[in-house]
Design a protein around this ligand. Structure first.
Ligand SMILES: C[S@@+](CC[C@H](N)C(=O)[O-])C[C@H]1O[C@@H](n2cnc3c(N)ncnc32)[C@H](O)[C@@H]1O
Ligand code: SF4
Ligand code: SF4
Length: 300
């Protein structure tokens, strides 16, 4: 991370904490809900299958930038399916950088060739070792491994949603992250129980066991892009929700924190680590702030 970026975020953090502000810093734009997969745990794919046009996405980028947002995520559906004429997701990343966003990340299922060197991070979903990943995501593991091997840049961070099926695969995914070229780290979330996916949720006790294992893997030096200091809050869902420093934009509609904010009682069961981490940082939790500074400087 550049020094200017670091200083800019530090100033934002300080003023948010001191003046209890609710201004956002992290924005996600949904490019489409169209997807080539149909994962067991997902509730947002192929509801409309509309690919939002370039002019609309560009307009949304400008709105978020004007609000002061400087960390931008492109998400879906599947982001690599996004196309409008000659433009693809790589063009969006380049244009977001030119516009002045300081960190631009793309979330993908990794089933398409990875040519995205301009992104700060490509968050690539891998939901376990081969057997469990394929059980959740269809027969895609080998394609993804090949795309990681042949990626043109080393900015990949694996992204795993831990659930009842794959909770035993944490070390396997960490080992892939540690040893495969082009991968910087792995970032975990717990399953969030959207309607009709509740059966995949972990109990508090299971979350505790997973967090203990992740802590031990961190201690052993595996590259893990999560904040240990937030684990207790995540296990007990005791972090403040929603997180006002994060917003999501889909088809012209802006929501605080996530699209899921509208689903009744879901925030009490939220499994997204970023929501906990950002909410705790901007409430002024000292341990989480220090942990975030160390972790972000290491991987971005
Ligand atoms: C909705 S997908 C969109 C991007 C891309 N299609 C992908 O799979 O990475 C974004 C991330 O949300 C995760 N996800 C989907 N449903 C979830 C749930 N119920 N709980 C936690 N994470 C979930 C996916 O595993 C993926 O890492
Ligand atoms: S690839 Fe992503 S968007 Fe598609 S079904 Fe899976 S989690 Fe959902
Ligand atoms: S806190 Fe609520 S709105 Fe935010 S990601 Fe979690 S479930 Fe979604």
């Amino acid at each position: 991370m550049k020094l200017t970026t670091f200083l800019r975020f530090s100033a934002f953090g300080l003023s948010t904490i001191l003046f209890q502000k609710k201004k956002p810093i992290l924005g996600t734009i949904i490019l489409t809900d169209k997807c080539n997969l149909s994962c067991k745990h997902c509730a947002v794919n192929n509801i409309t299958s509309v690919i939002y046009p370039y002019h609309q996405i560009k307009h949304e980028m400008k709105i978020l930038y004007k609000q002061g947002i400087r960390i931008l995520f492109f998400c879906g559906g599947e982001t690599f399916l996004w196309q409008d004429g000659e433009k693809n997701v790589r063009d969006l990343v380049r244009e977001a950088k030119e516009m002045g966003f300081l960190i631009v990340n793309v979330v993908t299922n990794g089933t398409f060739p990875l040519e995205l060197p301009e992104a700060d991070l490509i968050l690539l979903s891998l939901d376990g070792g081969k057997e469990n990943h394929n059980l959740i995501r269809g027969d895609t593991f080998d394609t993804i491994m090949n795309n990681i091997e042949t990626a043109v840049s080393d900015n990949i961070c694996l992204y795993m949603a831990i659930n009842k099926i794959n909770k035993g695969d944490l070390k396997e995914v960490c080992t892939i992250a540690k040893h495969m070229k082009n991968i910087r780290a792995v970032s975990f979330n717990f399953h969030t129980p959207y309607p009709n996916t509740e059966s995949l949720s972990l109990s508090k006790e299971e979350k505790k066991i997973c967090c203990e294992e992740i802590s031990e893997l961190l201690r052993q030096g595996y590259p893990i892009f999560n904040l240990k200091s937030a684990f207790d809050y995540i296990i007990h869902n005791s972090f403040p929700t929603p997180c006002y420093q994060c917003v999501v934009m889909e088809n012209g509609q802006q929501s605080i924190c996530g699209r899921c904010v509208e689903i009744k009682n879901l925030c009490n069961k939220c499994g997204y680590f970023f929501a906990a981490e950002y909410a705790l940082v901007f409430k002024g939790n000292f341990r989480v702030i220090v942990d975030m500074l160390k972790t972000y400087l290491k991987y971005i």
